[in-house]
Design a protein around this ligand. Structure first.
Ligand code: FAD
Ligand code: SF4
Length: 510
């Protein structure tokens, strides 16, 4: 028997049981393909990062004695799509058994399933051995429930895996320290130098250029700074524990013109490619916390754990519970286009300028920049969620559909009608001012709703509430905002709406 095992670019889990022992009857294959580089326009650093990590992974497996077939992007024998490449290898090596790991993307899941059914050899699908939960665990957990509250899922995860628990009660007496995670960054604490790796990727860049792959964003060095191996992922994790965990929760939602990462971990790329697992992350963070309980508050640790065993696992479960319909949801009926400045960062709105420039420069923005700056703006300008998805799926190094789509279309754009978020994450300029220093030296005045120098977020916000009343007017959590809207002078509202319409129609002038 000769087995072919496929490893996708986001399945680089060297701890997988497949690799326990080399086997001369098994061939592993990995492909760099136009199918993957071209389904959306990706950030240049994302393509570099995936190829660099895949090449390193293949080379590491080879040195462990495994047999590998690797197609680089410009290889003559690369057919540039999964099915043709697989067929070619199956024929060439007289393969008698095909195996692959459960893909995390619906698109690839469907493609591989249909292909496998056409094969005249047996095939097997195996767990990728990464997540805490199985694909359908969330759907089972919420079966028969009207709401899919993350908080309920998260508490169940805490109990099930005995994380931050004392018996059946949450350690410290509270499940959630969200309220103490909202400090504004005033620059009064030293942020340690950021851990940036110096992976030499000049060969990968040359190959990408030669293949003429169209990308977005910038990359003006030859060294890739995110982890591309398990060892680097673990090093980044250790660094996070030692240098950043102590203030992670406090400044989780803060934004600042001088700070790209603040106390965020930058671990999503390594986790999403499965270089390290959520269990690696949780166990390491918890061990570190246990040794440093005198200096690290539980609110910092709980804030972080919630992202990993709560949000990350929850959104993956939601993806599998609601795909493929989820990808076309547009409950708020938004059809506008994103402005050009999303690809250049050239806007007078300081908050957007910083969040977008950070994204173009680093393939990174932290959660609140993604949610409350770019996402907030896209929703307030009533942008078509298809366009918003494409931008988010392309721009971030960590963007893979299962986690991008649910965060974007669900949490950020409320296009799923409230399955993930209980109310839309929209705000006027006052929230941005509360959580950042962006407004201080902005061209616009955060306090004004109309006039040439009025902060665009203000008129857009009230206009959005007014226009979406049919969808949101009965939302219990929006009640206070709608009663303020109802009390607004009719002429004032009219002026605000005219201003908002002008902004939406001339976004690139703002
Ligand atoms: P940290 O702030 O240090 O958090 C630690 C880890 O928790 C992250 O590495 C990540 O694995 C996990 N995490 C935190 N928040 C979330 C979340 N909301 N969903 C899932 N995991 C989370 N994350 C992605 O990995 N890929 C995406 O494509 C993606 N798209 C997003 C789009 C929008 C509109 C929004 C609002 C959020 C998106 N996120 C996405 C979630 C989050 O912004 C990133 O995971 C985070 O910014 C990554 O940076 P970090 O590793 O420094 O995170
Ligand atoms: Fe953004 Fe308005 Fe603040 Fe300027 S004033 S930074 S546009 S929120």
């Amino acid at each position: 028997m000769k087995t072919l095992r496929l490893i996708l670019g986001d399945q680089l889990n060297i701890k997988h049981s497949w690799f326990n022992e080399p086997n001369d009857e098994v061939i592993y294959c990995l492909f760099e393909m136009r199918q993957e580089t071209d389904y959306v326009k990706h950030h240049i650093q994302k393509v570099i990062g995936f190829f660099a990590a895949m090449r390193q992974f293949a080379s590491d497996l080879e040195s462990l004695g495994h047999h590998i077939v690797y197609f680089k992007i410009n290889d003559q024998n690369n057919n540039q799509n999964l099915i043709d490449n697989l067929s070619k290898i199956i024929e060439k090596h007289a393969i008698t058994n095909f195996e692959y790991l459960f893909p995390d993307e619906y698109r690839l899941d469907k493609q591989l399933r249909s292909y496998s059914e056409t094969l005249n050899i047996p095939y097997h699908i195996v767990s990728a051995e990464h997540f805490y939960t199985n694909r359908d665990d969330l759907a089972i957990f919420f079966k028969g429930k009207k709401q899919y509250l993350m908080e309920n899922f998260y508490r169940d995860m805490r109990r099930k895996y005995d994380i931050l628990m004392v018996g059946d009660q949450p350690e410290g007496g509270k499940w959630n320290y969200d309220k103490s995670n909202r400090n504004k960054w005033k620059g009064d604490i030293n942020i340690p130098n950021y851990k940036l790796f110096k992976n030499n990727v000049s060969e990968v860049i040359e190959d990408i250029n030669r293949a003429n792959i169209e990308t977005i964003g910038r990359f003006d060095t030859k060294t890739f700074s995110y982890p591309i191996t398990r060892a680097q992922g673990l090093e980044q994790l250790k660094y996070f524990c030692e240098a950043l965990l102590i203030h992670f929760g406090d400044y989780q939602d803060a934004m600042h013109t001088d700070e790209t990462y603040l106390f965020h971990s930058r671990l999503s790329f390594a986790m999403n490619l499965k270089l390290i697992s959520p269990k690696d992350v949780v166990v390491t963070v918890m061990n570190y916390y246990r040794k440093h309980e005198q200096t690290i508050a539980i609110s910092q640790v709980e804030g972080f754990i919630r992202q990993v065993i709560g949000w990350r696992e929850y959104l993956r479960g939601m993806y599998w519970a609601f795909m493929p319909d989820y990808k076309s949801k547009n409950t708020l009926e938004n059809y506008n286009s994103l402005p050009k400045f999303f690809w250049t960062g050239k806007t007078k709105m300081n908050c957007l300028k910083h969040a977008i420039t950070n994204s173009l420069d680093n393939g990174y923005a932290h959660h609140i920049q993604r949610l409350m700056i770019t996402g907030n703006y896209a929703l307030l300008t009533q942008t078509n969620p298809d366009e918003v998805d494409d931008w988010y799926l392309g721009i971030y190094v960590d963007a893979i559909e299962w986690v991008q789509l649910t965060n974007t279309r669900g949490m950020s754009q409320f296009a799923d009608g409230g399955k993930i978020a209980t109310k839309p994450y929209v705000s006027s300029g006052s929230y941005v001012n509360k959580m950042s220093n962006y407004c201080g030296d902005c061209y616009y005045n955060k306090n004004k709703k109309i006039g040439d120098d009025a902060c665009p977020f203000n008129s857009l916000y009230w206009n959005f509430l007014d226009e979406k009343r049919e969808h949101l007017g009965n939302n219990f959590r929006m009640g206070m905002m709608y009663s303020l809207l109802d009390k607004m002078d009719k002429q004032d509202l009219q002026n605000i709406k005219e201003k908002a319409t002008h902004i939406i129609e001339h976004q690139d002038d703002y």
